[in-house]
Design a protein around this ligand. Structure first.
Ligand code: LLP
Length: 421
């Protein structure tokens, strides 16, 4: 079987390490399943992105929907990043982690009045509006608070990001943004509203995009749009590219971020606008692994099953997108032969699998497996289905580790449920 090895998750004497800490030493202390993240990865990826775009005014707003752990958010705040929030809950966390309001932007196709109010009251940098009706609601709420709300309008550039249909968002048929046909009249109307400051234009064409082309095509369309807007007397100060930069889960060959810069910086420079980005997965996916323990191995007919103690409740991506996550042993043993097996969890659903027909070295009860590339949309999409406790999250920094979120317990999961009948 193929072994993934990086400077963040690599093997020493056949044992998997995260930076300078043996993964087994962490799970010996805390049990499994457990999410483990490398702090260095977050910083390296943030700096790589910033460096690629150093010749143009730019701000990164970490898309915290990919990983909303308070300490992960804090790491990005310490790095000087901004943050993109998609709900009142994410805004609350961003503020808790110490983000200054002028480093926070809010996305979302369906913001509630309460969320809009919270954003304006907290003086965040801007809200990204997705319909004319929403723009009017933001204007009204801002008026009632005696404030001016800065907004960007999300335009749907109608480009095919060539990614999974569930995570493709920039086609005319998707629910996101306003169509480019109506965009001019909506921008003109928004620019006249008293309690709105129209600051920018925004797009997000999809996620896990592994070629530069769709980005380039979208930016070219939006650049033309900015020029038409200016002819119509409306100016915008920034262009928000959204997120979507793809990463390697299996054998994808994502473009180096410098290639994205080469493709779009010349277009943007001519417009004299600031560039915003909202990367999520790029900054977090390969920062994390999910460690599981083998509970049972069995054969049904001639099919091998490895039943582990993690499940779709901890990592939903394989079940809902058929996503590939590489899985490899925490302790390598050259004597173990490779087999083909389905790696499945304990939840009572046939859709509860981590991998199907996967080549993996033969396992035994008690072995530890590492599910790779689990730092983005892993814990963030976890649930308590089957009343399973969500796993702990650990951040490794050099040769130290921090339990930044403990495993839930049954009492936690009751919250304030009381027997009333
Ligand atoms: N900005 C906006 C407005 C977004 O909707 C998203 C992701 C991002 C930024 C960050 O995109 P990224 O850089 O992470 O691709 N659960 C799916 C991904 C859903 C992405 C939703 N929006 C998955 O596990 O693949």
């Amino acid at each position: 079987m193929q072994i993934f090895d990086s400077e963040y998750f690599g093997y020493k004497n056949n044992e998997l390490y995260c930076e300078g800490v043996s993964v087994k030493s962490i799970t010996d202390a805390l049990g499994t399943p457990a999410y483990i993240y490398s702090k260095k990865f977050f910083g390296d990826k943030y700096n790589e992105f910033k460096d690629a775009f150093k010749n143009v005014n730019n701000t990164l707003f970490f898309a915290t929907k990919s990983n909303f752990n308070l300490n992960v958010i804090k790491i990005f705040s310490n790095l000087g990043s901004g943050i993109d929030v998609n709900s009142g809950g994410e805004l609350f966390r961003a503020l808790k982690a110490g983000f200054q309001p002028d480093k926070i932007i809010m996305s979302g196709v369906g913001k509630t009045d309460e969320e809009i109010k919270l954003a304006i009251e907290n003086n965040i940098l801007m809200l990204k509006a997705e319909s004319l009706e929403e723009i009017h609601v933001i204007d009204e709420i801002a008026r009632s608070l005696n404030k001016t709300a800065s907004i960007a309008i999300r335009v749907n550039p109608d480009v095919d990001a060539k990614t999974h249909p569930y995570i493709s968002t920039g086609l005319a048929e998707n629910k996101f943004g306003i169509s480019s046909k109506e965009a001019i009249s909506i921008f003109v109307e928004a620019s006249k509203l008293k309690n709105i400051k129209l600051a920018g234009i925004d797009m997000h064409i999809g996620s896990q995009i592994v070629s530069v082309e769709p980005f380039k095509e979208a930016v070219e369309k939006l650049a033309q749009f900015v020029l038409t807007l200016r002819e119509n007397g409306v100016n915008v100060e920034h262009l928000d590219m959204g997120g979507g930069v793809g990463v390697r889960y299996k054998d994808e060959n994502p473009f180096p971020i410098s290639q994205l810069a080469e493709a779009i910086v010349p277009i943007v420079k001519k417009l004299n606008v600031d560039l915003f980005f909202e990367p999520g997965r790029f900054l977090t996916a390969n920062a994390g692994v999910l460690i599981a323990k083998v509970l049972y191995t069995k054969q049904n007919g001639n099919k091998n099953f490895i039943v582990v103690d993690t499940a779709m409740t901890d990592l939903l991506r394989p079940s809902i997108y058929g996503a590939y996550h590489h899985i490899q042993p925490v302790s390598l043993n050259a004597e173990r032969k490779d087999i083909i097996a389905d790696i499945v969890g304990p939840v009572c659903e046939s859709g509860d699998f981590l991998a199907k027909k996967r080549e993996i070295s033969k396992c035994k009860r008690g072995d530890l497996l590492s599910v790779m590339s689990a730092g983005a949309y892993g814990m963030a999409m976890a649930s308590n289905y089957n009343m399973r406790r969500r796993p702990p999250e650990i951040i490794v920094d050099g040769d130290k580790y921090f339990v930044v979120r403990s495993r839930e317990n049954y009492e936690h999961m009751l919250f304030d449920e009381k027997i009333m009948l």
